[in-house]
Design a binder for this molecule. Structure first.
Ligand SMILES: *[C@@H]1O[C@H](CO)[C@@H](O)[C@H](O)[C@H]1NC(C)=O
Ligand SMILES: *[C@@H]1O[C@H](CO)[C@@H](O)[C@H](O)[C@H]1NC(C)=O
Ligand SMILES: *[C@@H]1O[C@H](CO)[C@@H](O)[C@H](O)[C@H]1NC(C)=O
Ligand SMILES: *[C@@H]1O[C@H](CO)[C@@H](O)[C@H](O)[C@H]1NC(C)=O
Length: 686
């Protein structure tokens, strides 16, 4: 521009010079030059002397000089050649500000004669000023909730140059959120503004940095720029969230009150009050859980509040809400699964569920004596129970099934040695420390007739005076039996043998029960030297008879089966027989043996009016339970006015089969009695 101008100016100046000459001569008109601003020192402005019509030689003598108000030093004249040149830097903007036209007015003065010339030097603009912004950074705060197409005005740039050099265009650095819009205001220039083109998200981009660049119309163009810092303001557009949807916690039962279960920690992407949260149990949480756990709403801590008992509940599912304080509030959720671990807080329980006592001393090894069950409310090893038995006893525990044991005989028993055992069953669980419980089982050993009666001495020497009166008591034998009760009852009899011509029994008799030995006739010294007595036990089968004796001591005499057992030719009889002490043969009546063995035998014994020591009905025991046997002995008595028979009956028999067998063997007689009689004593069917 400068070059083209100056070439144009040269032509113009030439023309002007010619004109000036003419003008000067007529004494009027002005000399006009132009110079670009910022021209270097010495830059040619114009041949001012020549243009003013002054000779070079007269410049000095006539005191040629320039007079300016304030720009004296900007331009200078070379008095040798009369050329006006740039003396110091000329800044158009400094000189004239933003005026569209800027010129320096020079007064040229010469003396002799005094003449004043006016010279205008126009200072031409060059694009020496970039567009400028008042600040280096513009801050904008924009809520993230602003809608698309929202506008945000910006402060524009200014350019000190003039004309094209100050015509600005704007450009925004590339970004996805904003575009630039230019608002043209008449006479006031262009104003840039941001237009929102994509929704802001503070949580993603809390701030944006953009660059606004202004470019002027100069050639070459100059630019200026400003940073735009966009602060995105929060809106409560994020719910608080837990980092997991389900938290699993394990804790032991019996945890102390206020024990921390879990500290929840939700996060909220928002800011300020929008991220402040409170924790609470969800409305789904039942009161049973609220009773056991407490929520600290600010800290998010769940703590124990009640008794935690594994055996009661072993898992809790707690739904938790977290709510922020924004408007409107937003809510997040999670579930806390609390698994309760078992503590060994329950002792085992031992139950003796069944007992078969007492145990016969001849019971076989393996005989089951009691059933024992154990339990423990704890789980896992804490609930595993092991049972042990007092050591050193002839019993053992057999595990039949998990938590079930049989107490069985593990050795041999001898009632005569140990008649009862106090067994302690100890149940111990597998916890650590373990817990235990005990149960005691008293085992009574029942007697079996396994000991023969014995006399204290193998031989007694009895001195009896000769010619003793018949029936005199000469001696008493006494035998002992280690067994108990009826098994220890002893009866005595004489071992028969011949003494000379006569049987021994014709000399002496022994009372079966008392053991008193009586002389039956006067004894002769020569006749008798040795009496042999035999203590016998009633046959084991005769436990019945012992019971019977208890009630019918003097009216019925029962003999043991041994007599028949050893009977000639016959097989061993396992059933009892009976005889009567009464003289009447009918008084004792033995039913034919039925079946085999004690328990299946039944017989009736009838005793009639001939019995001298017949007991009254009231003296008879009703019933005899036979220990170790299902048999029952019952005594039946006819009503006194009975049409059929006035006899009393003692019925022995196997419990279940009595009725049938009686019917079969004894016919209608018994049956009728049963039906018509006052059968208070017949328990055989019960
Ligand atoms: C919660 O979590 C945040 C990070 O997610 C962590 O900075 C802060 O310390 C946690 N607070 C607690 C109490 O655990
Ligand atoms: C909740 O926990 C905080 C921090 O542990 C504690 O300062 C505040 O006292 C607790 N609030 C209640 C009600 O226990
Ligand atoms: C636990 O402590 C609270 C007081 O913080 C009390 O109300 C509650 O009864 C306690 N629970 C138990 C089982 O001791
Ligand atoms: C049967 O005997 C009982 C008592 O032994 C008696 O109370 C009852 O009256 C008797 N019944 C008959 C029918 O004799």
């Amino acid at each position: 521009m400068l070059i083209s101008r100056s070439s144009g100016q040269r032509v113009q100046r030439l023309l002007l010079s010619l004109l000036l000459l003419t003008i000067w001569k007529v004494g009027s008109g002005q000399v006009h030059y132009s110079v670009p601003e910022e021209a270097k020192h010495g830059t040619f402005v114009g041949r001012i002397a020549q243009d003013l019509g002054l000779e070079l030689t007269e410049l000095v003598p006539r005191l040629f000089r320039l007079a300016t108000k304030d720009s004296r030093e900007l331009l200078e004249v070379n008095l040798q050649n009369g050329i006006l040149f740039v003396n110091s830097r000329i800044d158009r903007e400094e000189l004239c500000g933003r005026s569209a036209v800027c010129s320096i007015h020079l007064e040229v003065i010469v003396d002799k004669p005094l003449q004043v010339f006016h010279v205008e030097v126009e200072v031409k603009d060059i694009n020496d000023n970039p567009p400028g912004f008042s600040v280096t950074e513009q801050k904008l705060s924009i809520p993230e909730s602003r809608l698309l197409d929202s506008r945000f005005p910006l402060e524009g740039a200014s350019d000190a140059d003039a004309g094209e050099n100050s015509m600005l265009t704007y450009k925004l650095s590339p970004n996805e959120f904003f575009i630039l819009d230019i608002i043209n205001k008449k006479d006031k220039g262009k104003f840039p503004a941001l237009v929102l083109r994509k929704l802001l998200d503070r949580e993603e981009n809390p701030q944006l940095k953009l660059l606004l660049t202004a470019t002027d119309g100069g050639k070459p163009e100059l630019t200026g720029s400003v940073s735009l810092l966009i602060l995105v303001l929060d809106a409560n557009d994020n719910a608080p969230i837990f980092d997991r949807s389900v938290y699993e916690v394990k804790m032991y039962e019996n945890s102390a009150n206020h024990t921390l279960v879990i500290r929840l920690n939700a996060s909220d992407a928002d800011e300020g009050i929008n991220k402040e949260m409170t924790y609470s149990f969800s409305s789904l949480v039942p009161s049973s859980i609220r009773k056991k756990f407490l929520m600290n709403e600010t800290a998010g801590e769940i703590r124990v509040h009640g008794d935690i008992d594994f055996e009661h509940t072993n898992t809790y599912e707690i739904h938790v809400d977290v709510t922020d304080k924004g408007t409107p509030p937003m809510v997040g959720h999670c579930t806390v699964l609390v698994e309760i671990l078992d503590d060994n807080d329950n002792s085992p329980v031992v139950v003796v569920t069944s007992l078969s006592l007492p145990v016969r001393e001849n019971a076989q090894e393996g005989t089951v004596i009691a059933l024992i069950s154990v339990s423990d409310r704890d789980s896992g090893v804490n609930g595993e129970v092991f049972c042990t038995l007092t050591p050193g006893v002839p019993f053992k525990l057999l595990s039949t099934f998990k938590n079930y044991y049989s107490l069985v005989l593990g050795g041999t028993l001898d009632r005569e040695t140990v008649s009862a055992y106090e067994l302690i069953v100890t149940a111990r669980d597998g916890g650590s420390p373990s817990r235990s419980a005990t149960a005691s089982v008293s085992v009574e050993v029942a007697d079996v007739n396994d000991n023969a009666p014995t006399f204290p001495q193998p031989e007694y020497t009895v001195f009896v005076k000769e010619n003793n009166p018949p029936g005199s008591h000469i001696f008493t034998v006494s035998a002992r039996d280690a067994d108990a009760q009826e098994n220890a009852l002893v009866s005595y009899s004489l071992v028969e043998r011949r003494v000379g011509e006569r049987a021994l029994s014709s000399y002496v008799s022994v009372h079966a029960e008392s053991g008193k030995v009586y002389a039956l006739q006067p004894l002769d010294h020569e006749e008798l030297e040795l009496l042999q007595f035999q203590p016998r036990q009633p046959n084991p089968d005769w436990r019945y008879s012992a019971s019977l004796r208890a009630g019918m001591h003097s009216s019925v005499h029962l003999e043991e089966a041994g007599v028949l057992r050893a009977g000639p030719g016959g097989p061993d009889q396992q059933w009892p027989t009976v005889s009567s002490a009464t003289p009447e043969p009918e008084a004792g009546e033995v039913s034919p043996p039925v079946g085999a063995g004690v328990n299946s035998n039944s017989w009736t014994f009838k005793y009639g009016p001939g019995n001298p020591k017949q007991s009254g009905p009231g003296e008879l025991p009703d019933k005899f339970i036979i220990p170790g046997s299902p048999a029952i002995i019952s005594i039946r008595q006819e009503p006194t006015n009975s049409q059929i028979d006035k006899s009393d009956f003692i019925t022995f028999g196997k419990k279940e089969e009595t009725k049938k067998k009686k019917k079969k063997k004894k016919g209608s007689k018994i049956q009728e009695k049963k039906e018509k009689g006052n059968s208070t004593t017949d328990n055989s069917d019960q």
